[in-house]
Every structure is written in structure tokens, then in C-alpha cells.
Design a protein around this ligand. Structure first.
Ligand code: LLP
Length: 466
């Protein structure tokens, strides 16, 4: 996989063939330093060496809320949301992609910070509406929306539905008409870009389930059909090329092709569609080797690309929208674990077991993702040891951090934390082995509050109706 296929570039431990001595791996100079690139904004160490976030130390958080727990820095979340909003200004819309992580508190923060929201299921829609997100600021996505979901979305008055197939064009039009409504829609197209990311999170090549291919005139045909249907108001074209992308060139090609389609639509139908949506997918730093772009750089690059393409096609520049998920929530949280069994394997590495695992972070197992980790309940001057942080599940692929250096005096009961777990960790969490899903705890200004509570055995048994 390419550099950005993993959330990080090559790290020392990666280049070690299995079984080779670890002696040649160069550990970081200081294991106690927390790289601000991967940790949430307010994270620091106090005078005792204990890590604090939002003014609360992790020992107090562990005592009050237990471990494992996802700890979200509300200040950081709001700052990132605001930075995206400000960067794109009033001529563009920022839709936070709820799939990265959604809860009612998150919806309220987004609302207060002036962002819109992208949902892709009835469950996400229900969460958004129940927390007061105005329906007209919600976009509804999905490659297989059920009739019932479409009905609910239209009845609620969502601002747009992103159409993903020929069948859906007809289905949404039909449902809208039956409700006496005209639904604002975009058509999601695949522009044929090979995004440099993991195969499972690349979405603009044609051989996959999302969107309607531009190739072979299929997207143009979808537009033709949508424009004919009374139940639909076609407002724009949508493209999402993939996730955890660092390189802007994929967006450049996508914008070029989307604008090309807008031009064809103008030439054929005399209609200039007013919006284009370039999706989400901007990468974040999971380790110190990653160098993500700032929202203002991304906004500048995307708006310049779109206006340049429109100028050369002699089109009015459409309103742009973007859908960042990971880039907003990802860096704002860390997972706090308690260390359990420690198993040194001579000449290989030390296996450090924590009280969670693949049920709270499936990304390492699923995408070969890389994470960092730090001892957070104290500092240590002990020598670095090459460690693999593993979970408590009955599966050898149950790895949270594949290769990382931790101090050699690490002991059961220590707290360690894995940063940048705000996106796609709680939202993809499972109950594998009937392990209970951790809570999400928001920290702000010296106070912590549970925004998603820890699952209990009663929760598990309630679903198990015998
Ligand atoms: N818009 C659309 C239409 C999407 O499908 C997605 C992500 C986003 C926006 C937000 O992408 P983001 O900015 O968060 O990268 N589970 C995978 C990621 C799957 C992304 C699915 N779609 C992971 O853990 O990396």
C-alpha cells in the first residue's frame, strides 16, 4: 500500500521483517513527549507527569468513568469545526460526515458552530433530528437507502438527498411526488480517480458500489432522467473520492471531471446546476510521520480548482460543499486503556494487552491502520521497548497499535492512550466476545461529562430475547 494507504508513513518498526532482532529499530528520543500533531489541542502533562485534557488528568478520568473510554476534547472539536466553517466562508457549505462519529452532543456542537450534517442511515437521521439539527441542513446519503428511510428523510424536510443509482432516482421522485413534495437532490458520480488510499476506503474508481460512473455517459443519462421527474429538483453533482487522503491531485481531477459534466449539462439542457459537492476524505495525523493540510489550505486549493475549471468552461462558479468527517473529529479524541498482561517475546517485541481492543478500534485489523500510543498516567525514564498493543479478544489479529515504543518499566495498572481515535472507532465499535462498548466522555474547561454511556451487560441481555 502507498504512504497514505496507511494513516501514517513508514515507521521504524514497520521495516523490520517479522522475527528479526529489534536492535536496529530507532526509538524516539523521548517517550514522554506528546506530539501536538497527533494529540488533541488541550492535551498536556501536569507537573506530576500525568497527562491532562481540558484541565482534567487521565487518572481522574479513569477513576470516574472507567477504562477503556474515548475521551473527546470539546474545545478542540469546536475549534476544528469552526476552522472548517471559517475557511470555506459563506459561499460554501461544510457538512460534517456523521459516520465518523455521531451523538447528540456532537450534533449540538456542530449546530452551534454553523456546520451542516451528512447522514447515511435512518439511525443517523434520527440522532440528528432528535438533537435539533434543522432538517434543511441535513444531507442524506447511502447506496441502498430503504423506501422507509427515503420517506422519513423527505417527510422531515432534509435539505438534500444524494442519489446513488438509477433505481433511486425513480424511487425518490416517486416518494416525493406521493408526498406532494419536490425534493432537492444531488447525483453522486464516480469520476474514475484512483485515490491513493486503502482499497476499502477509496470510492471514486468505477469498480465499486457507490455512485454512477461518469464513464460511458451514465452520469449524463442519470441527469437526463432526474431533470425529467417532477418530484426532483436537481441542485448539483456529488463526488467523494475516498478517505485519509493527503494529496490534493485526486480532488483536482475530480473537480475537473465534475465541472466537465456541468458544462455538458449546460450545453445539452441549458441548465447550470448551482452546486457541487466534493465529498470528504482529508487525511489526519495518526503518527508523527503524517503531515495533514490545514482547513484554510484545503479550502483555498478546492475553491481555486473549481473556479479555474469553471472559468475555462465559461460556467458560473457553483456553490461548493465539502463533507469532512475524520478531519474534524479524528484528532479530537483518544482512547484511554488500562494495561493488563504484559508478555515479552525474546528477540521480537513485547505484547501489551489492554482492556479493550478490536471491538473499540477495528481500524488496525481492517485497514492495517497505524496509531501511536503513550504512557499517560506517569512519565518514565526507562529504556524504550518495542511493543505491540493488543486487545482482550479471542483473535490474534486483535491489534490496536501494531508497533510502538513504550517504556520498559510499563506495568499492569498503568494507563496508556491511543490518540486520534475520534473518527471511525466508536462508530465502528462492536460487541465481539460480548465485550461492552466504551463510553464517550467529553472534557471541557475542567469538567467531564459522558455523552455516550458505557454499554452494560443489561444492554446486551436486553437485546437477547431468548
Ligand atoms: N462523504 C461521503 C460521501 C463519504 O462516503 C465519506 C466517508 C465522507 C464524506 C467522510 O469521509 P472522511 O472525511 O471522514 O474521510 N471507515 C473508514 C472510512 C470510511 C469512510 C466512508 N465514507 C476508516 O475508518 O478509515
Amino acid at each position: 500500500m502507498s504512504r497514505s494507504a496507511h494513516p501514517a508513513g513508514p515507521r521504524h518498526a514497520d521495516v523490520l521483517p517479522e522475527g528479526r532482532s529489534v536492535a536496529s529499530a530507532a526509538p524516539p528520543a523521548d517517550l514522554n513527549t506528546l506530539d501536538p500533531k497527533v494529540w488533541a489541542q488541550t492535551v498536556t502533562r501536569d507537573s506530576q507527569g500525568v497527562v491532562t485534557v481540558g484541565g482534567i488528568d487521565v487518572k481522574a478520568l479513569a477513576e470516574e468513568h472507567g477504562t477503556p473510554a474515548y475521551i473527546v476534547d470539546e474545545t478542540d472539536f469546536r475549534a476544528r469545526a469552526r476552522a472548517w466553517r471559517t475557511a470555506f466562508g459563506h459561499d460554501a457549505d461544510v457538512f460534517y460526515a456523521g459516520k465518523a462519529f455521531l451523538s447528540r452532543a456532537i450534533v449540538r456542537w456542530l449546530h452551534e458552530e454553523g456546520l451542516n450534517l451528512d447522514v447515511c442511515s435512518g439511525g443517523e437521521l434520527a440522532t440528528a433530528l432528535s438533537a435539533g439539527m434543522p432538517a434543511d441542513r441535513i444531507a442524506f446519503h447511502g447506496n441502498n437507502k430503504s423506501t422507509e428511510e427515503i420517506h422519513r428523510a423527505i417527510t422531515a424536510g432534509v435539505g438534500r438527498i444524494v442519489l446513488d443509482s438509477f433505481q433511486e432516482i425513480v424511487r425518490v421522485a416517486h416518494i416525493a411526488e406521493s408526498l406532494g413534495k419536490r425534493q432537492r437532490v444531488q447525483i453522486r458520480i464516480t469520476v474514475g480517480v484512483e485515490a491513493h488510499t486503502h482499497e476499502f476506503i477509496a470510492t471514486a474508481h468505477e469498480d465499486q458500489k457507490f455512485g454512477i460512473p461518469l464513464a460511458g455517459g451514465q452520469a449524463a443519462e442519470a441527469v437526463r432522467r432526474a431533470l425529467r421527474l417532477d418530484g426532483l429538483e436537481l441542485i448539483g453533482i456529488h463526488s467523494h473520492i475516498g478517505s485519509q487522503i493527503f494529496d490534493m491531485s485526486g480532488f483536482e481531477v475530480a473537480a475537473h471531471r465534475v465541472v466537465g459534466l456541468l458544462k455538458d449539462i449546460r450545453d445539452e439542457h441549458g441548465v447550470e446546476l448551482p452546486e457541487i459537492d466534493l465529498g470528504g476524505g482529508l487525511g489526519i495525523a495518526y503518527t508523527s510521520d503524517d503531515d495533514p493540510r490545514e482547513p484554510h489550505e484545503i479550502a483555498k486549493a478546492l475553491t481555486e480548482i473549481v473556479s479555474r475549471e469553471c472559468d475555462s468552461a465559461k460556467l458560473r462558479t457553483p456553490r461548493i460543499s465539502v463533507e469532512p468527517g475524520r478531519a474534524i473529529v479524528g484528532p479530537t479524541a483518544f482512547t484511554l486503556y488500562e494495561v493488563g498482561t504484559i508478555k515479552p517475546l525474546d528477540g521480537l517485541r513485547t505484547y501489551v494487552s489492554v482492556d479493550g481492543g478490536m471491538s473499540d478500534n477495528i481500524r488496525t485489523a481492517l485497514y492495517d491502520a497505524e496509531y501511536s500510543v503513550a504512557l499517560v498516567s506517569r512519565t518514565s525514564d526507562a529504556a524504550p521497548m518495542l511493543a505491540r498493543v493488543v486487545g482482550k479478544h479471542c483473535e490474534s489479529g486483535d491489534i490496536v497499535v501494531k508497533d510502538a515504543f513504550l517504556p520498559a518499566d510499563l506495568a499492569p495498572g498503568d494507563l496508556i492512550a491511543v490518540p486520534a481515535t475520534g473518527a471511525y472507532c466508536r462508530s465502528m465499535a462492536s460487541n465481539y466476545n460480548h465485550v461492552l462498548r466504551p463510553p464517550v466522555v467529553a472534557v471541557n474547561d475542567g469538567a467531564s461529562r459522558v455523552i455516550v454511556r458505557r454499554e452494560t451487560e443489561e444492554d446486551l441481555l436486553r437485546l437477547d430475547v431468548g
